[in-house]
Design a protein around this ligand. Structure first.
Ligand code: NAP
Length: 290
């Protein structure tokens, strides 16, 4: 049976380090890290995610603001709030909670966020920095959280064969770039990929983010592989499950994240980490490696 990778525990350890760093910053500079989230429409999952992020931010002493708009918001109103937050000295991290209701243009609004406060790492400048492997940008919290989890299991990822199922801009693509930077060999599969089961079997580390409940079967997984299940799917029964069929996968994998309690808590803590790093940069302080 696979070892369970306890994302909650790793996230709590990281959170207590962030709390100490937040206190040091406040004591020596008077700066309190500030996180603002813009949410448009009434998507229940988005409401829950924003609520969770807000609670975690306040727990470690951040200032937190939620700016909620109706789905019919005038684009100019959204635009001017982003500009105000860009200018605010109290705000170090700005998130545009996705998805945005149609017809709002996600790419346009993301490009309005000040790249220095873009703690979701989705501004084109930060995406470009990640692709170039340059420092000073922000990495999207979910792939960053996955990397931090893997670093608790592997002293180095050099030469590891990493398979990523799902090539979204939010998870799969930045995940691939991070893994390449770590010296891993990487493939990325998507909905057009042929013979996914055989491909999955080549991966010593399999990271899955597709949004399809229980899609990846245990027999596809290499014996002893590490599996990170990013998927969050709510079944009709209300149960939350991942993209990996956990019951069959835990018989083959060496280690696996549960859903919930695996990657999810790491996403939230990585977002806090990025926001704190932004606050450190705002006073010219170097952020320590965590
Ligand atoms: P997305 O934007 O919908 O992208 C899904 C990706 O999966 C696409 O690249 C798609 O391929 C690929 N895909 C879909 N069906 C596939 C299949 N049958 N075989 C292979 N690839 C397939 O989704 P996302 O935003 O990345 O989110 C994915 C999942 O992760 C969702 O369940 C989401 O809720 C969850 N999530 C969790 C966290 C967390 O903190 N745990 C954070 C973010 C997202 P194409 O490119 O060909 O369409």
């Amino acid at each position: 049976m696979a070892k369970l990778i306890d994302g909650r525990e790793v996230a709590e350890t990281l959170k207590s380090k962030l709390l100490t760093l937040t206190e040091t910053l406040a004591k020596e500079t008077g700066v309190k890290p500030g996180l603002a989230i813009l949410r448009v429409g009434e998507d229940p999952a988005s409401q829950l995610y924003v609520h969770t992020k807000g609670i975690s931010a306040k727990e470690i002493g951040f200032h937190f603001e939620e700016h909620a708009f109706p789905a019919w918001v005038a684009p100019a109103a959204l635009e001017s709030t982003i500009q105000e937050l860009n200018q605010s000295p109290h705000i170090h991290g700005i998130i545009l909670q996705l998805p945005l209701p149609t017809p709002l243009d996600k790419a346009y609004f993301l490009s309005l966020v000040d790249p220095q406060k873009d703690v979701d790492g989705l501004h084109p400048l930060n995406v470009g920095k990640l692709f170039q492997g340059s420092s000073g940008g922000f990495v999207p919290p979910t792939p960053l959280g996955c990397l931090l989890l893997l670093q608790t299991l592997y002293p180095s990822l050099e030469g590891r064969m990493v398979g990523i199922v799902g090539g979204s801009a939010l998870v799969g693509k930045p995940m691939a770039m991070l893994m390449l930077q770590q010296g891993a060999t990487v493939w990325v599969a998507h909905s057009k990929t042929v013979n996914l089961p055989a491909l999955c079997e080549t991966a010593e580390i399999l990271i899955v983010a597709i949004g399809s409940p229980g899609f990846i079967q245990g027999e596809w997984i290499q014996n002893g592989a590490t599996v990170l299940d990013v998927g969050i799917n709510r079944l009709a029964s209300g149960k939350i499950v991942g993209d990996v069929d956990f019951a069959t996968a835990e018989k083959r994998a060496g280690a696996i994240t549960p859903v919930p309690g695996g990657v999810g808590p790491m996403t939230v803590v990585s977002l806090l980490r990025n926001t704190l790093e932004s606050a450190y940069r705002s006073v010219g302080w170097e952020f320590p490696v965590l």
